[in-house]
Ligand binder design. Sequence first.
Ligand code: NI
Length: 172
Amino acid sequence: MAIREIIILPDKQLRLVSKPVETVTAQIRKLADDMFETMYDAPGIGLAAIQIAEPVRLITMDLAKKTDEERQPRAFINPEVLSASEEMSVYEEGCLSIPEYYEEVERPATVRIRYTDLDGKVHEEEASGLFATCIQHEIDHLNGVLFVDYLSKLKRDRVLKKFSKAAKRAAG
Ligand code: NI
């Protein structure tokens, strides 16, 4: 396992549409291991492969809240939303690729999802609460969508500008 570098806004790779995983190979399981290690180290509750510059449809997640709580690592391969509730819910979201920035985002409160696990088994499941928010946020990453895309143009422009300036400073 290895901790990998997380790419940060405005890195253009974050806008790529990730490719489906054809077969769950040892290479994919190794990538998931790296993603778990990177996610726990950050620390974060969810990570999409593109955030470590790997454009494949793979997500890792662990919603266990406190560090003393037992880990609940979950991996989702080729995840898709099959249906979404009309009921919406609002969560304050953050993203490891947009560090230290948090804003409220409204999304469907419950979604039915389908995904493949690391053993190659396909599952269907209902997600609600934080799980629903997190899986929708991560699936968005696989499609090149970021949570700031849901904010007003004013807020989005402001955060983009802030991170672009920071990137230029770091490069300069
Ligand atoms: Ni994110």
